[in-house]
Design a protein around this ligand. Structure first.
Ligand code: ADP
Ligand code: ADP
Ligand code: ZN
Length: 215
């Protein structure tokens, strides 16, 4: 099963793609995570994308398409994948279609997490994650069971993303509406777009995803 999760920054794509990965044994391909790893590596490409991410702009289609190509053809994606953060432009969506055709694969569902802009800043400013295993948390909406200890791995170290600040967030939101929202009609025309209420609680959103995958 091959899925795309679409939605603005803070919609819950990362949270739900972790759940989908663990529940359905799929490979999670999160381009933001892949780019942050590249940025931390200090490579030339890493330094280049680090600057772009800090500004809230999009990394170029060429770089993104080359990055994702390898992931999709890797043996670890054989049981299916969840794309979180890709495609983000029409050019990326078209390139993805071509790649999938070459690999003899297809998309089963493109799932939109519908969330009003008004709540996204609160989602993003309260976001943090485990520094060791990457499990995602929120100051108000998803606290670890034991304060200061990661539910998944027991680590006591957490981190916040540098780009999760109010000024970058508004640029990322603008970018979403201008560049990524046009993907909704693109997939709607192909009959594979499904929408869920991303304003609902985390477990309720997962239930809605489960219903789509079971249908
Ligand atoms: P969020 O989940 O908050 O929307 P991501 O972690 O997906 O953020 O992405 C962080 C940043 O990485 C983006 O603001 C952008 O600069 C870059 N990025 C991630 N995916 C893409 C992509 N498909 N195309 C271009 N830039 C991307
Ligand atoms: P995205 O990957 O789309 O940028 P995340 O999955 O990282 O979004 O979610 C952003 C923040 O909001 C995280 O701190 C997460 O714990 C929290 N969150 C995710 N889904 C929900 C939800 N349905 N209700 C409340 N908070 C949520
Ligand atoms: Zn952890």
């Amino acid at each position: 099963m091959n899925l795309i999760l679409l939605g603005p920054p803070g919609a819950g794509k990362g949270t739900q793609s972790d759940w989908l990965r663990d529940t359905y044994n799929l490979r999670k391909l999160a381009t933001g995570d892949i780019l942050r790893e590249a940025a931390a590596s200090g490579s030339d490409l890493g330094n280049h994308v680090k600057e772009i991410m800090a500004s809230g702009k999009l990394v170029s289609d060429d770089i993104m398409i080359n990055l994702i190509r390898e992931c999709i053809s890797a043996p670890s994606s054989a049981n299916g994948f969840i794309l979180d953060g890709f495609p983000r432009t029409l050019a990326q969506a078209e390139a993805l279609d071509t790649m999938l055709k070459e690999e003899g694969k297809k998309l089963n569902h493109v799932i939109e997490l519908e969330v009003d802009d008004a709540i996204l800043v609160g989602r993003i400013s309260g976001r943090y994650s485990c520094a060791k295993c990457g499990a995602g948390y929120h100051d108000d909406y998803r606290k670890p069971a034991k304060v200061g200890v990661c539910d998944s791995c027991g680590s006591v170290e957490f981190s916040r993303r540098e780009d999760d600040n109010a000024s970058t967030v508004s640029k990322r939101l603008e970018g979403y509406h201008a560049m990524t929202a046009p993907l909704l009609p693109y997939y709607e025309t192909r009959g594979i777009l499904k929408s869920v209420d991303g304003m609902a609680g985390i477990d309720e959103v997962s239930r809605q995803l489960k219903a789509i995958l079971a249908a």
